[in-house]
Design a binder for this molecule. Sequence first.
Ligand SMILES: [Zn+2]
Length: 318
Amino acid sequence: MAVLQGQRGWLRAAIMAVGFIALAAGPALAQAPDLSKVEYRTEKLGENLYALFGGGGNIAVLTGPDGALVVDSDLVELSPKLRAALTMVSEKPARFLVNTHFHFDHAGGNTTLGRSGTVIVAHDNVRKHLMTRQVVNVGVDIVTEPTPPEGLPVVTFADGVKFHVNGETVAVSHADNAHTDSDAFVFFEKANVLHTGDLFMSIGYPFVDAGNGGSLDGLIAAHARALALCNEQTRVVPGHGPLVGKAELQAYHDMLVVVRKRISDLVRKGRTLEQVQAAAPTREYDERWGKGFVQPQVFIQRIFIEQKRAKAGVRAPG
Ligand SMILES: [Zn+2]
Protein backbone atom coordinates (compact mmCIF):
# COMPACT_ATOMS: atom_id res chain seq x y z
CA MET A 1 0.00 0.00 0.00
CA ALA A 2 1.44 3.31 -1.03
CA VAL A 3 1.64 5.97 1.63
CA LEU A 4 1.57 9.64 0.71
CA GLN A 5 3.04 12.04 3.20
CA GLY A 6 0.78 14.89 4.13
CA GLN A 7 3.17 17.71 3.37
CA ARG A 8 3.22 16.97 -0.35
CA GLY A 9 0.46 19.33 -1.25
CA TRP A 10 0.53 18.83 -4.98
CA LEU A 11 0.00 15.13 -4.53
CA ARG A 12 -2.93 15.65 -2.23
CA ALA A 13 -4.43 18.16 -4.61
CA ALA A 14 -3.90 15.66 -7.41
CA ILE A 15 -5.95 13.12 -5.51
CA MET A 16 -8.85 15.52 -5.42
CA ALA A 17 -8.51 16.28 -9.09
CA VAL A 18 -7.75 12.88 -10.53
CA GLY A 19 -9.69 10.48 -8.33
CA PHE A 20 -9.14 7.21 -6.60
CA ILE A 21 -8.59 4.68 -9.32
CA ALA A 22 -5.99 6.65 -11.24
CA LEU A 23 -4.00 7.24 -8.08
CA ALA A 24 -4.29 3.70 -6.83
CA ALA A 25 -2.96 2.61 -10.21
CA GLY A 26 0.02 4.95 -10.06
CA PRO A 27 0.11 8.13 -8.00
CA ALA A 28 3.32 9.33 -9.63
CA LEU A 29 1.52 9.53 -12.96
CA ALA A 30 -1.27 11.74 -11.72
CA GLN A 31 -1.50 15.19 -13.22
CA ALA A 32 -0.70 17.48 -10.33
CA PRO A 33 -2.57 20.78 -10.14
CA ASP A 34 -0.22 23.63 -9.36
CA LEU A 35 -1.31 25.09 -6.01
CA SER A 36 0.79 28.20 -6.66
CA LYS A 37 -1.69 29.04 -9.43
CA VAL A 38 -4.78 28.75 -7.20
CA GLU A 39 -6.61 32.05 -6.75
CA TYR A 40 -9.55 32.39 -4.40
CA ARG A 41 -12.89 33.16 -6.00
CA THR A 42 -15.50 34.89 -3.86
CA GLU A 43 -19.27 34.69 -4.17
CA LYS A 44 -21.59 36.87 -2.10
CA LEU A 45 -24.33 34.92 -0.34
CA GLY A 46 -25.98 37.61 1.72
CA GLU A 47 -25.53 41.07 3.18
CA ASN A 48 -22.47 39.93 5.16
CA LEU A 49 -21.91 36.33 4.09
CA TYR A 50 -19.52 35.02 1.43
CA ALA A 51 -18.39 31.73 -0.07
CA LEU A 52 -14.68 31.38 -0.89
CA PHE A 53 -13.55 28.79 -3.40
CA GLY A 54 -9.86 27.89 -3.19
CA GLY A 55 -7.99 24.62 -3.73
CA GLY A 56 -9.52 22.31 -1.11
CA GLY A 57 -12.84 22.44 0.71
CA ASN A 58 -15.17 25.37 0.16
CA ILE A 59 -15.18 28.13 2.79
CA ALA A 60 -17.93 30.37 4.19
CA VAL A 61 -17.17 33.73 5.83
CA LEU A 62 -19.65 35.74 7.93
CA THR A 63 -18.42 39.30 8.41
CA GLY A 64 -19.38 42.21 10.65
CA PRO A 65 -18.54 44.26 13.73
CA ASP A 66 -18.08 41.21 15.96
CA GLY A 67 -15.24 39.87 13.78
CA ALA A 68 -15.42 37.25 11.06
CA LEU A 69 -16.69 33.72 11.53
CA VAL A 70 -15.04 31.36 9.04
CA VAL A 71 -16.13 27.84 8.15
CA ASP A 72 -13.17 25.63 7.15
CA SER A 73 -9.57 26.60 6.42
CA ASP A 74 -8.52 24.82 3.18
CA LEU A 75 -5.12 23.19 2.49
CA VAL A 76 -2.13 24.23 4.60
CA GLU A 77 -0.25 25.24 1.46
CA LEU A 78 -2.87 27.90 0.70
CA SER A 79 -2.83 29.58 4.12
CA PRO A 80 -1.11 32.82 2.98
CA LYS A 81 -3.61 33.16 0.13
CA LEU A 82 -6.51 32.38 2.42
CA ARG A 83 -5.40 35.11 4.79
CA ALA A 84 -5.28 37.57 1.91
CA ALA A 85 -8.68 36.46 0.64
CA LEU A 86 -10.20 36.93 4.10
CA THR A 87 -8.95 40.51 4.28
CA MET A 88 -10.70 41.20 0.97
CA VAL A 89 -14.11 40.40 2.46
CA SER A 90 -13.66 41.23 6.15
CA GLU A 91 -12.27 44.41 7.72
CA LYS A 92 -12.02 42.62 11.06
CA PRO A 93 -9.83 39.57 11.68
CA ALA A 94 -11.23 36.06 11.87
CA ARG A 95 -12.60 35.73 15.39
CA PHE A 96 -13.97 32.20 15.04
CA LEU A 97 -13.13 29.25 12.79
CA VAL A 98 -15.53 26.29 12.60
CA ASN A 99 -14.19 23.05 11.11
CA THR A 100 -16.80 20.88 9.38
CA HIS A 101 -14.46 17.88 9.96
CA PHE A 102 -10.77 17.09 10.36
CA HIS A 103 -9.64 16.33 6.77
CA PHE A 104 -6.48 18.12 5.59
CA ASP A 105 -8.29 19.98 2.82
CA HIS A 106 -10.70 21.57 5.34
CA ALA A 107 -8.50 22.06 8.42
CA GLY A 108 -5.08 22.67 6.83
CA GLY A 109 -5.18 26.43 7.52
CA ASN A 110 -6.06 26.00 11.19
CA THR A 111 -2.57 26.66 12.50
CA THR A 112 -2.16 29.92 10.62
CA LEU A 113 -5.51 31.22 11.85
CA GLY A 114 -5.02 29.87 15.38
CA ARG A 115 -1.65 31.61 15.64
CA SER A 116 -3.27 34.92 14.81
CA GLY A 117 -5.77 34.52 17.65
CA THR A 118 -8.77 32.90 15.94
CA VAL A 119 -10.81 30.67 18.28
CA ILE A 120 -11.22 27.27 16.63
CA VAL A 121 -14.46 25.40 17.27
CA ALA A 122 -15.30 21.86 16.13
CA HIS A 123 -16.76 18.51 17.08
CA ASP A 124 -14.90 16.61 19.83
CA ASN A 125 -13.51 14.11 17.31
CA VAL A 126 -11.95 16.82 15.11
CA ARG A 127 -9.65 17.70 17.99
CA LYS A 128 -8.88 14.03 18.65
CA HIS A 129 -7.96 13.40 15.00
CA LEU A 130 -5.90 16.57 14.61
CA MET A 131 -3.88 15.75 17.74
CA THR A 132 -2.67 12.52 16.16
CA ARG A 133 -1.22 11.35 12.85
CA GLN A 134 -4.15 11.13 10.44
CA VAL A 135 -4.51 8.43 7.81
CA VAL A 136 -7.20 8.79 5.17
CA ASN A 137 -7.50 5.93 2.69
CA VAL A 138 -8.61 7.05 -0.75
CA GLY A 139 -7.28 3.95 -2.48
CA VAL A 140 -3.87 4.91 -1.13
CA ASP A 141 -3.19 6.14 2.38
CA ILE A 142 -2.82 9.91 2.71
CA VAL A 143 -0.94 10.69 5.91
CA THR A 144 -1.07 14.05 7.67
CA GLU A 145 1.15 14.70 10.67
CA PRO A 146 -0.39 15.94 13.97
CA THR A 147 -1.49 19.59 13.95
CA PRO A 148 0.50 21.97 16.18
CA PRO A 149 -1.37 23.02 19.37
CA GLU A 150 -2.25 26.46 17.93
CA GLY A 151 -4.21 24.76 15.15
CA LEU A 152 -6.37 22.61 17.41
CA PRO A 153 -9.98 23.40 18.27
CA VAL A 154 -10.08 25.02 21.71
CA VAL A 155 -13.86 24.79 21.99
CA THR A 156 -15.40 21.41 21.14
CA PHE A 157 -18.95 20.09 21.18
CA ALA A 158 -20.70 16.72 21.09
CA ASP A 159 -24.02 17.52 19.41
CA GLY A 160 -23.86 21.12 18.26
CA VAL A 161 -23.39 24.78 19.11
CA LYS A 162 -24.92 28.13 18.12
CA PHE A 163 -23.13 31.40 17.48
CA HIS A 164 -24.92 34.73 17.81
CA VAL A 165 -22.63 37.15 16.00
CA ASN A 166 -22.86 39.89 13.37
CA GLY A 167 -26.65 39.91 13.50
CA GLU A 168 -26.77 36.26 12.44
CA THR A 169 -27.57 32.98 14.17
CA VAL A 170 -25.20 30.26 13.08
CA ALA A 171 -26.35 26.76 14.03
CA VAL A 172 -23.68 24.07 13.92
CA SER A 173 -24.96 20.47 14.11
CA HIS A 174 -22.99 17.25 14.43
CA ALA A 175 -23.89 14.31 12.19
CA ASP A 176 -23.04 10.87 13.55
CA ASN A 177 -20.74 8.62 11.49
CA ALA A 178 -21.39 10.15 8.08
CA HIS A 179 -18.47 11.37 5.90
CA THR A 180 -16.24 10.77 8.97
CA ASP A 181 -16.93 10.50 12.71
CA SER A 182 -16.36 14.23 13.17
CA ASP A 183 -18.76 16.01 10.79
CA ALA A 184 -20.84 19.10 11.34
CA PHE A 185 -23.10 21.08 9.03
CA VAL A 186 -23.51 24.80 9.51
CA PHE A 187 -26.74 26.73 8.94
CA PHE A 188 -26.81 30.53 8.71
CA GLU A 189 -30.42 31.08 9.70
CA LYS A 190 -30.98 34.69 8.61
CA ALA A 191 -29.09 34.38 5.34
CA ASN A 192 -30.70 30.97 4.73
CA VAL A 193 -27.41 29.37 3.71
CA LEU A 194 -26.27 25.84 4.56
CA HIS A 195 -22.62 24.76 4.53
CA THR A 196 -22.55 20.96 4.42
CA GLY A 197 -18.82 20.26 4.59
CA ASP A 198 -18.10 16.96 2.86
CA LEU A 199 -21.47 15.52 3.81
CA PHE A 200 -22.27 16.68 0.29
CA MET A 201 -20.15 17.29 -2.82
CA SER A 202 -22.09 18.81 -5.69
CA ILE A 203 -19.49 17.56 -8.18
CA GLY A 204 -19.67 13.82 -7.60
CA TYR A 205 -20.41 10.75 -5.54
CA PRO A 206 -19.65 11.04 -1.84
CA PHE A 207 -16.46 9.88 -0.23
CA VAL A 208 -17.28 7.81 2.82
CA ASP A 209 -14.15 7.73 5.00
CA ALA A 210 -14.90 4.34 6.54
CA GLY A 211 -11.44 4.16 8.12
CA ASN A 212 -12.34 7.21 10.21
CA GLY A 213 -15.87 6.27 11.20
CA GLY A 214 -17.78 7.29 8.06
CA SER A 215 -20.83 5.40 6.80
CA LEU A 216 -23.33 5.78 3.98
CA ASP A 217 -26.22 5.26 6.40
CA GLY A 218 -24.94 8.18 8.46
CA LEU A 219 -24.53 10.30 5.36
CA ILE A 220 -28.11 9.69 4.26
CA ALA A 221 -29.40 10.43 7.78
CA ALA A 222 -27.37 13.66 7.85
CA HIS A 223 -28.85 14.78 4.53
CA ALA A 224 -32.36 14.20 5.84
CA ARG A 225 -31.62 16.43 8.86
CA ALA A 226 -29.96 19.12 6.75
CA LEU A 227 -32.82 19.10 4.23
CA ALA A 228 -35.28 19.74 7.05
CA LEU A 229 -33.56 23.13 7.57
CA CYS A 230 -33.91 24.13 3.91
CA ASN A 231 -36.61 25.73 1.83
CA GLU A 232 -36.74 26.55 -1.87
CA GLN A 233 -34.66 29.71 -1.34
CA THR A 234 -31.85 28.06 0.65
CA ARG A 235 -28.41 28.16 -0.91
CA VAL A 236 -26.17 25.20 -0.19
CA VAL A 237 -22.37 25.47 0.01
CA PRO A 238 -21.10 21.93 -0.58
CA GLY A 239 -17.74 20.65 0.68
CA HIS A 240 -16.55 20.66 -2.94
CA GLY A 241 -18.15 21.95 -6.12
CA PRO A 242 -20.36 24.90 -7.01
CA LEU A 243 -23.21 26.33 -4.96
CA VAL A 244 -26.57 24.64 -5.38
CA GLY A 245 -30.08 24.77 -3.94
CA LYS A 246 -32.27 22.45 -1.92
CA ALA A 247 -33.42 20.55 -5.03
CA GLU A 248 -29.88 19.38 -5.82
CA LEU A 249 -29.26 18.25 -2.25
CA GLN A 250 -32.62 16.43 -2.28
CA ALA A 251 -31.77 14.73 -5.59
CA TYR A 252 -28.40 13.64 -4.17
CA HIS A 253 -30.06 12.23 -1.05
CA ASP A 254 -32.63 10.37 -3.15
CA MET A 255 -29.88 8.97 -5.40
CA LEU A 256 -28.01 7.60 -2.37
CA VAL A 257 -31.17 5.94 -1.05
CA VAL A 258 -31.83 4.26 -4.43
CA VAL A 259 -28.23 3.06 -4.88
CA ARG A 260 -28.03 1.76 -1.31
CA LYS A 261 -31.28 -0.21 -1.81
CA ARG A 262 -30.08 -1.72 -5.10
CA ILE A 263 -26.73 -2.79 -3.65
CA SER A 264 -28.32 -4.04 -0.44
CA ASP A 265 -30.73 -6.23 -2.46
CA LEU A 266 -27.85 -7.68 -4.49
CA VAL A 267 -25.83 -8.37 -1.35
CA ARG A 268 -28.84 -10.12 0.16
CA LYS A 269 -28.94 -12.35 -2.92
CA GLY A 270 -25.31 -13.29 -2.29
CA ARG A 271 -23.82 -11.44 -5.26
CA THR A 272 -20.06 -10.81 -5.32
CA LEU A 273 -18.54 -7.35 -5.68
CA GLU A 274 -17.80 -8.04 -9.35
CA GLN A 275 -21.42 -9.04 -9.96
CA VAL A 276 -22.71 -5.95 -8.16
CA GLN A 277 -20.40 -3.70 -10.17
CA ALA A 278 -21.47 -5.44 -13.39
CA ALA A 279 -25.14 -4.80 -12.49
CA ALA A 280 -24.36 -1.05 -12.72
CA PRO A 281 -26.49 0.08 -9.77
CA THR A 282 -25.50 3.72 -10.37
CA ARG A 283 -26.21 3.64 -14.14
CA GLU A 284 -28.55 6.60 -14.55
CA TYR A 285 -26.54 8.75 -12.13
CA ASP A 286 -23.04 8.34 -13.56
CA GLU A 287 -23.49 11.10 -16.12
CA ARG A 288 -24.28 13.61 -13.36
CA TRP A 289 -22.11 12.45 -10.46
CA GLY A 290 -19.71 9.84 -11.83
CA LYS A 291 -17.04 12.15 -13.15
CA GLY A 292 -15.83 13.58 -9.86
CA PHE A 293 -13.34 12.61 -7.21
CA VAL A 294 -15.03 9.25 -6.43
CA GLN A 295 -15.45 7.09 -9.50
CA PRO A 296 -18.56 4.88 -9.84
CA GLN A 297 -16.82 1.53 -9.32
CA VAL A 298 -15.14 2.82 -6.15
CA PHE A 299 -18.41 4.25 -4.87
CA ILE A 300 -20.15 0.91 -5.48
CA GLN A 301 -17.31 -0.99 -3.83
CA ARG A 302 -17.52 1.12 -0.67
CA ILE A 303 -21.28 0.70 -0.36
CA PHE A 304 -20.92 -3.02 -1.07
CA ILE A 305 -18.44 -3.42 1.80
CA GLU A 306 -20.74 -1.50 4.16
CA GLN A 307 -23.81 -3.50 3.16
CA LYS A 308 -21.89 -6.78 3.53
CA ARG A 309 -20.90 -5.74 7.00
CA ALA A 310 -24.49 -4.76 7.86
CA LYS A 311 -25.76 -8.10 6.59
CA ALA A 312 -23.17 -9.98 8.63
CA GLY A 313 -24.33 -7.99 11.66
CA VAL A 314 -27.95 -9.04 11.13
CA ARG A 315 -26.90 -12.68 10.92
CA ALA A 316 -24.75 -12.54 14.04
CA PRO A 317 -25.97 -14.83 16.85
CA GLY A 318 -28.14 -13.19 19.50
ZN1 LIG B 1 -13.47 15.39 3.80
